[in-house]
Design a protein around this ligand. Structure first.
Ligand code: APR
Length: 233
């Protein structure tokens, strides 16, 4: 049976060549901050100003970077692939959207979204949020948080994602260390359901042994090559 259903998982490595720091590299994004201090619900309750400062800096940085050829190749595949395709990203940047991907889900939330804890509305948020941000829906001040899934919180759209992973014929992981679950477990589910699995990463990841094929190198080179192969096969 030919490949018709594809699930692609991306991590920070797909945005690295756009200039966005990864999490566990030598210049890791957490540098200067412990994860526990900026990326947990407890951190937000303990020191909301620090958490807002961390995410405001990352949101500001977004305005200075562009999608790279890996994002653009994935957007081309999104447009040209006739079968089912779902791009599941762990990234909270908006580079996949800006490159043109549509069949996309952000399982860890998005930097460009806010969430009001007073009225539970979620909304676009482009600029600085800060601690006293006013909710555009209910006008409450000081109850708006980044719409990011923090450690200990449930990732978004897990049922939809797991169904797509079970149904896919091809599972491709790009630019992720395989360090964080549930994303790190998707490849095993795909294998158990008979999918072919491919990893594209700068170096072998923690789960490389689970992939039928591993291509090591920069995503901006390897992803366009892979997409071209797929679309011209
Ligand atoms: N091309 C391809 N892969 C790259 C590149 C590149 N140019 N640069 C780095 N990588 C690879 C690294 O080798 C590493 O395996 O990208 C991976 C990035 O791993 P992490 O920094 O752990 O990021 P990620 O896997 O996305 O982290 C998952 O952990 O911190 C949480 O919620 C956060 O979504 C994040 C999750």
């Amino acid at each position: 049976m030919g490949i018709c259903n594809i699930v692609i998982l991306t991590g920070a490595g797909v945005s690295a060549e756009s200039g966005l720091a990864t999490f566990r590299g030598p210049d890791g994004l957490w540098e200067g901050h412990r994860v526990e201090d900026v990326c947990t619900p407890e951190a937000y309750l303990r020191d909301p100003a620090l958490v807002h400062q961390f995410y405001d800096a990352r949101r500001r940085k977004l305005g200075t970077v562009q999608p790279n050829p890996a994002h653009e190749a994935l957007a081309r595949l999104d447009i040209e692939w006739p079968g089912e395709l779902l791009l599941v990203t762990q990234n909270v940047d908006d580079l996949h959207e800006r490159a043109g991907s549509k069949r996309l889900v952000h399982m860890h939330g998005e930097l460009v979204k806010g969430w009001c804890l007073a009225c539970d509305e979620r909304f676009e948020w482009a600029g600085v949020m800060g601690q006293a941000a006013r909710c555009p829906a209910c006008a409450t001040e000081g109850q708006v948080r980044p719409d990011i899934v923090w450690f200990g919180e449930m990732p978004y759209e897990m049922e939809r994602i797991e169904e797509a992973v079970r149904q896919c014929d091809l599972f491709v992981s790009i630019g992720t260390s395989g360090a964080v679950y549930p994303a790190a477990g998707f490849v095993q589910t795909a294998r158990d359901c008979g999918a072919t699995t491919l990893e594209v990463n700068l170096e072998p990841s923690l789960g490389s042994y689970l992939f039928d094929e591993s291509r090591t190198g920069p995503a901006s080179v390897l992803v366009p090559q892979w997409v071209e192969e797929l679309l011209t096969a």
